[in-house]
Design a protein around this ligand. Structure first.
Ligand SMILES: Cc1cc2nc3c(=O)[nH]c(=O)nc-3n(C[C@H](O)[C@H](O)[C@H](O)COP(=O)(O)OP(=O)(O)OC[C@H]3O[C@@H](n4cnc5c(N)ncnc54)[C@H](O)[C@@H]3O)c2cc1C
Length: 572
């Protein structure tokens, strides 16, 4: 494959014109759906991908690109010593009946084969993000060493003339440097542990800038994963029609036999002999659905999900009888509140780092700040449903924290918070905790008491109230130079800061009810013949839980593989 083009070539590309066509498999959505297309193509099925937006990649391209697929060959080759049996124990204990057991089992049974398929059909190389703990490592079968894998920095120039079609990422570094999630952990700590941070920075800057000199464009995270999937799809010559939306499924009796798709206002019919895979993401940006199923308090543009994810796949599946499940769930993600009219800002390690705590509008802590982001969000919604909503939340930290770590995934240690944050009331600063509370509109006495108690707790290194730092997951993003608890340090010396947070998400994860073969189910448990749902269009295979970093992309990839195989084996 040699299709390199200059990196500056980023103009929008016209879509391949849509036309009436007959294929074996239609895949709707170019995120993890690309894995379904690759698996189908390998099985000899003629496959078409339709994608609503001008970009390929969906939220998958915006993501960290981590995937959680237990006992996969990359883990085995890296010495992770994971077994399917242990993973089964873990999935069953973490899911705890919130999803059908066979969904988790099928995911585990096909995980290794999915990774092998991706290694055969794409140029990606994967690695184990060792020590990125499962999110609930203390449960039976849980792993503190982790089961998360990532793509090694990937040269996106191999996409050639199609490069501009790759959806841009969210977390762009100021200079070209393909930063993996595993790199980020140590780069974030560069001021504290330079021996681990500096070599990684130098290596990635050399790779990024050096690559440009060779006309290579190295990317990491979700950009690498989406580019890698797309490269495989291009190599296999699987057509991808961008700016082409599913609007209706075509049925023959009870079976789905194709779809009507629209491109530039023109409808065409795709006949799909072996089925349609709905991989159209969640309902991240459909505020009617979000208010109806989740919370009236969710605001527009708060989700980090790609803008094309407006619940189309779910609604259109319902029109042919699909049942839905877990609609109150999302991959909740607490974030720094955005400036008015702007997106929120990503928070990765910030909640786990010592010298900080989080309070609600009452000035009190209410959660283990370092817990996984889905559990954090669920706690907020639990309170709302109990009639005790979190009206606002603030991360509070001291100057030593600001001097030590990256903040909002973009402000370097010691860099002042932007003046615009102060002007918008998102940030407050004071050398006195009581004055800080007053400035942020928090009850002064309650806040002062929280401040005092937190400092006592942090000095002792044991958070008896919320257990912060007790789990290996909490500690992964902590500061190992702080002992005895890498997540706890008293806020010693001002100035102190309070920065407003918001409840964002990485996408929704309730949707169409599907079985262990990715087949869409009706309310009575029968299958809608010829219709599959994967990724965030399907109800989360892990129920109301997030087992480990990459469990959302992991299940999209694996269920894409499962759907393609089921379609190939169908008698038609
Ligand atoms: C900042 C960020 C970081 C994240 N990090 C991680 C991580 O490291 N690991 C992890 O597992 N998860 C992560 N996630 C979550 C993860 O990215 C998503 O849950 C996952 O990518 C969803 O995959 P999907 O295929 O369901 O949807 P997507 O990747 O969003 O793909 C769906 C596609 O369908 C298209 N579509 C929608 N409607 C139609 C229609 N009518 N017709 C045709 N096409 C349509 C959309 O435009 C979109 O391109 C992250 C998310 C974000 C935003």
């Amino acid at each position: 494959m040699n299709r390199r083009v200059p990196v500056s070539n980023t103009r929008a590309l016209a879509p391949t014109p849509a036309r009436d066509i007959t294929v074996d498999l239609l895949v709707v959505g170019a995120g993890t759906g690309l894995a379904a297309a690759l698996a189908a193509d390998e099985l000899g099925l003629s496959t078409l991908v339709v994608e609503k937006t001008q970009y390929v990649g969906g939220s998958t391209a915006r993501s960290g690109g981590a995937f959680w697929i237990p006992a996969n060959p990359v883990l085995q080759e890296s010495g992770a010593a994971d077994t399917l049996e242990r993973a089964r124990t873990y999935v069953s204990s973490v899911v705890d009946g919130s999803a059908p057991a066979e969904r988790g089992s099928a995911f585990l049974d096909h995980g290794a084969a999915t990774v092998e398929m991706l290694r055969r059909t794409t140029p990606m190389r994967f690695f184990w993000a060792e020590e990125y703990s499962d999110y609930h490592p203390e449960l039976p079968g849980g792993s503190a060493r982790g089961r998360t894998c990532e793509c090694l920095p990937f040269d996106a120039s191999v996409l050639g003339a199609e490069r501009p079609r790759l959806r841009p990422g969210v977390m762009e570094a100021p200079v070209p440097m393909p930063t993996t999630g595993a790199d980020y952990k140590w780069m974030n700590l560069v001021a504290r542990v330079p021996a681990k941070g500096v070599p990684r920075i130098l290596k990635r800057v050399a790779q990024g800038i050096g690559g440009l000199a060779l006309k290579r464009e190295y990317m990491a995270g979700g950009q690498a994963l989406a580019a890698g999937l797309f490269a495989g799809v291009l190599d296999a010559k699987i057509p991808v029609w961008t700016e082409t939306s599913l609007v209706e499924l075509v049925t023959d009796g009870d079976a789905v036999t194709g779809a009507v798709v629209v491109q530039n206002g023109r409808e065409v019919t795709v006949t799909a002999r072996r089925g349609v895979v709905l991989a159209a993401g969640g309902f991240d940006h459909d505020m009617d659905m979000r208010h109806k199923f989740q919370s009236e308090n969710l605001a527009e543009h708060e989700s980090f999900g790609a803008e094309g994810n407006t619940g189309d796949g779910i609604r259109i599946a319902q029109q042919v009888g699909a049942d839905i499940d877990l609609m109150d769930q999302a991959w909740w993600f607490p974030a720094v509140a955005g400036l008015p009219g702007r997106d929120p800002l990503v928070m990765l390690a910030e909640r786990s780092l010592p010298g900080s705590f989080i309070v609600d509008h009452t000035g009190r802590r209410f959660v283990n700040e370092s817990t996984d982001y889905m559990s954090f969000g669920q706690r907020i919604l639990e309170r709302e449903r109990a009639g005790d909503p979190v009206e606002s939340m603030w991360i509070v930290f001291d100057q030593a924290y600001r001097n030590s770590y990256i903040f909002a995934a973009g402000l370097f240690p010691r860099q002042p918070l932007p003046q615009s944050w102060y002007d918008a009331g998102i940030a407050h600063q004071s050398s006195d905790p009581v004055a800080l509370a007053r400035s942020a509109g928090l009850p002064e006495d309650a806040f002062a008491e929280t401040f005092r108690r937190f400092n006592e707790t942090a000095a002792a290194g044991v958070d008896s109230e919320f257990g912060r730092g007790a789990s290996a997951y909490d500690r992964y993003y902590g500061d190992p130079t702080i002992t005895p608890n890498p997540n706890l340090r008293p806020l010693a010396k001002g100035p102190f800061y309070a920065v407003k947070m918001t409840l964002s998400d990485l996408g929704t994860c309730g949707g169409v009810r599907a079985d262990d073969r990715a087949r869409v189910l009706r309310e009575d448990g029968s299958t809608v013949t010829g219709l599959y749902a994967i990724g965030n269009t399907a109800a989360n295979a892990f129920g109301n839980t997030y087992p480990g970093a990459g469990a959302t992309i992991g299940q999209g990839l694996v269920y894409g593989y499962i759907a393609a195989h089921d379609a190939a084996e169908r008698t038609v």
